[in-house]
Design a protein around this ligand. Structure first.
Ligand code: HEM
Length: 451
């Protein structure tokens, strides 16, 4: 499928492809939702009527891109600011940026690149006041209030009592077996349990919470179900929020209801929007990033051996995030005409910042296409940058560190199960928005297992 648009900045070789086949949720989904909210849009029409570079509606395609990085490298060189053709009359102009310096500028210059595009798309599911869709000054104030709950110091309390317990319980289920698929029995399970614990929800409610969480995070596959789950979760949370106002406890909901700045507190809408956004923000990302890191270490046994003494784990986590970002992109809307890499961009254009491509930019990283936990430069864009820098990054790092440590502690000689990996063709794949391993079959020295 070749784009027909030949305007400046439009890449003639671009396929319907990587950055437009949106299917999941979280950040990129909002762009899709915005697109689909056009009056004449019929999602079942799905752009199959020919694409001409308008493949945003290929969202219903399951999407299984194995390696988008050669295409990203070509685009960084040839079309670093890619103009996408419009899908329908009246759609905003759309650009995708691939280079590290352009992505940095888009994410740091909130006055020119507004996050409102995210709020517009997701209001119905997450609520009216979502932090990731706010601009200054509202964003600064809101962020200052909620960030209390995410300070590194505050998070330390979850390490043993919650995250350590959750991952140990999961390992208990398979430790005596000698082999397991970590993607289905480990990485998928722990982030939802951790978020539920961080929020301080009663354990008895976990299954119901998980159903709502799955409904919300699979929003794009079933929008109506996501809205229903979101409304039910809000009704459920109202009771918990009221309880915490009366009887504060040591949990994130208490932190949110008691947070105060210059005599102001978060209002109810802000609290419920924030809590509902935490599900996609905190679950989808972390299960994918921990799976990607495990896949990369298991398929680079020398580097897996190097982390066994644990001192290299922090830099392995950062290199895993750089090399295989779980979230490929985020989006902004221009508030005025601007220019990126000498391409003019009009006011009111949607600009997609391809953070995964920025992470492999050879202008910034030596030997950028190689996974190497020993490299000196570990700064990456996977948590974003600028005013919306991921608030949950310390929690995500903590979860990944505890999850990896527990595996190394309890499964001696942990290694890829080569035969199972070949049979299942284990690899990392994704759509235009997320990437994660298809499976993670492992084995270990069963007789030395630490029960
Ligand atoms: C490896 C895991 C994670 C990745 C890769 C990730 C990625 C990101 C990115 C790229 C952004 C910026 C979006 C933008 O600029 O438009 C972001 C923002 C955010 N993330 Fe994460 N995230 C992760 C884990 C988490 C976790 C565990 C939580 C909370 C439990 C969380 C909560 C948030 C919040 C609240 C924001 C919005 C911050 C703001 O708008 O000021 N994230 N995340």
């Amino acid at each position: 499928m070749q784009p027909s648009n030949t305007e400046p900045g439009v890449d003639p070789q671009s396929r319907c492809c990587l950055h437009v086949r949106m299917r999941g949720s979280f950040l990129g989904l909002v762009v899709v939702r915005l697109w689909m909210s056009g009056d004449s849009m019929d999602p079942t029409d799905s752009g199959r009527s020919g694409d001409g570079g308008t493949g945003f509606l290929d969202v219903l395609d399951p999407g299984a891109v194995r390696d988008p990085y050669p295409e990203f490298a070509r685009l960084r060189r040839q079309s670093p600011v890619l103009r996408r053709a419009s899908i329908y009359a009246g759609a905003p102009a759309s650009y995708v940026v691939y280079r590290h310096d352009d992505v940095t500028r888009v994410l740091r210059d909130g006055a020119t690149f507004s996050s409102a595009v995210i709020a517009d798309g997701m209001r119905e599911v997450w609520g009216r006041k979502i932090i990731v869709g706010m601009d200054a000054p509202e964003h600064q104030h809101h962020r200052a209030l909620v960030s209390v709950a995410f300070r590194q110091r505050t998070l330390a309390r979850w390490e043993e009592s919650l995250v350590g317990r959750v991952v140990d319980e999961l390992i208990d289920q398979f430790v005596d077996r000698g082999h397991v698929d970590l993607a289905t029995e480990y990485t998928f399970g722990f982030p939802a349990k951790v978020i539920s614990g961080v929020l301080g929800l009663p354990e008895a409610d976990y299954q119901q919470f998980q159903q709502w969480a799955v409904g919300i995070i699979t929003v794009f596959r079933d929008w109506d179900n996501a809205v229903r789950c979101s409304n039910e979760l809000r009704a459920y949370l109202e009771r918990i929020v009221e309880e915490r106002r009366v009887t504060p406890r040591d949990d994130l909901i208490t932190d949110l209801v008691t947070a105060e700045l210059d005599g102001e507190r978060l209002d109810d809408e802000e609290i419920y929007s924030f809590l509902r956004m935490l599900l996609p923000a905190g679950i989808e990302t972390t299960y994918r990033s921990s799976g990607n890191l495990l896949y990369l270490l298991l398929t680079h046994p020398d580097q897996l051996d190097a982390v066994r003494d644990r001192s290299l784990i922090p830099q392995a986590i950062e290199e895993g995030l750089r090399y295989e970002s779980p979230v490929l992109l985020t989006a902004r809307l221009t508030t005025k005409p601007t220019e990126l890499s000498s391409i003019s961009i009009p006011q009111g254009a949607v600009v997609t910042a391809m953070v995964a491509s920025a992470n492999r930019d050879p202008d910034v990283y030596d030997d950028a296409e190689t996974f190497n936990i020993f490299r000196d430069e570990h700064q990456h864009m996977s948590f974003g940058t600028g005013p919306h820098l991921c608030l949950g990054m310390h929690l995500a790092r903590l979860e990944t560190r505890v999850a990896l440590n527990a595996l190394l502690d309890r499964l001696p000689g942990l290694r890829l199960d080569q035969e199972a990996a070949e049979i299942s063709d284990a690899h990392i794949q994704g759509d235009s928005l997320f990437r994660n391993p298809t499976s993670l079959p492992v084995e270990w020295d069963h007789s030395n297992t630490v029960s």
